[in-house]
Write a protein that binds this ligand. Structure first.
Ligand code: SF4
Ligand code: SF4
Ligand code: SF4
Length: 286
């Protein structure tokens, strides 16, 4: 029973954060969101501790799927907000700092100073579906320059709100409160799924959208570069060069290269999923 004790920690942290935010902002929703996120991660950790071998990989997938309805349905519907990048940029442009802005600040702008791309590993509502697709990832040697496509997507995401405000005179102060925004979120993320799911099947890569298309990744990368939490090599053990870590990394990182050189994984594509650590037969990755 003692080995399962650590799994309760995320739930306790979630309760703590929700209390602080509730005291600061007086919004009851925080008392549901953060404990739920904490509980979801606790369940995932429990499954990792309970299951054996590669079955342990399901733990994180359960966590991200449990968090999905909370962030994709509960929060936007309760607030009538668009938590997609375009929606948040729209409100920032007019100085309307709503809950969408708080979400972005915590999850994607400043949070990565601690947990780097952990949002992508455990909380992204797009990836929650992608990770469960029935696809066996193939390790292809695709040029990293394809990742520049994300800059085009980012430009589009920033231009759409500018166009709405300055060309179509969209006024978030009135139109936003007229409850149109939440619908825009579902349309916007629906488009993400329309690109991401076929792309995953075509490229035999569940996270192809994350690697080559998603503009949100670019928002997180600057702070992720100096983020605290990193996957580390276990200096007590040696790498036997089996490449299981590389084959199982959803983000296509050359994990073995880091481990052979006894370096922490500094690649900003790392989503802290620890799938590499789970499959390592030498317990080299922690
Ligand atoms: S890269 Fe984009 S789609 Fe992928 S997990 Fe991160 S935020 Fe979600
Ligand atoms: S390097 Fe490890 S922790 Fe990072 S994304 Fe790949 S498998 Fe996940
Ligand atoms: S899975 Fe472990 S032993 Fe195998 S290559 Fe990766 S670090 Fe080395």
């Amino acid at each position: 029973m003692r080995k399962y004790k650590t799994s309760i920690l995320p739930l306790i942290i979630g309760l703590f954060i929700s209390t602080i935010l509730y005291i600061a902002f007086h919004w009851w929703g925080f008392l549901i969101i953060f404990p739920w996120i904490g509980l979801s991660i606790s369940v995932g950790i429990f499954l990792r501790l309970k299951l054996e071998g590669k079955k342990r990989l399901v733990g994180r997938k359960v966590s991200i799927l449990m968090i999905f309805p909370c962030l994709f349905f509960f929060v936007p519907i309760i607030n009538n907000e668009n938590f997609q990048l375009e929606g948040v940029f729209l409100i920032i442009l007019v100085g309307f700092f709503s809950k969408g802005f708080i979400h972005y600040a915590i999850a994607k702008l400043f949070g990565p100073l601690i947990w780097r791309r952990g949002f992508c590993g455990y909380a992204c509502w797009t990836a929650a579906i992608l990770d469960w697709l029935p696809i066996k990832n193939k390790n292809r040697n695709i040029s990293r320059s394809y990742r520049n496509l994300r800059f085009i997507m980012l430009s589009l995401s920033l231009l759409i709100p500018i166009y709405l405000i300055f060309a179509l005179s969209y006024n978030p102060w009135t139109d936003y409160i007229n409850k149109q925004e939440m619908k825009l979120m579902f349309i916007s993320n629906g488009l993400y799924y329309l690109i991401a799911i076929p792309l995953a099947f075509i490229m035999s890569d569940k996270r192809a959208f994350c690697k080559y298309v998603c503009p949100v990744a670019l928002v997180m990368i600057p702070t992720s570069k100096i983020g605290l939490l990193k996957i580390k090599p276990n200096l007590q053990n040696d790498c036997i060069g089996c490449k299981a870590c590389n084959h199982n990394c959803p983000m296509g990182i050359n994990v073995m290269d880091f481990m052979k050189r006894n370096l922490s994984i500094s690649d900003t594509e790392c989503i802290l999923c620890n799938d590499c650590g789970i499959v390592c037969p030498s317990n080299k990755i922690k």
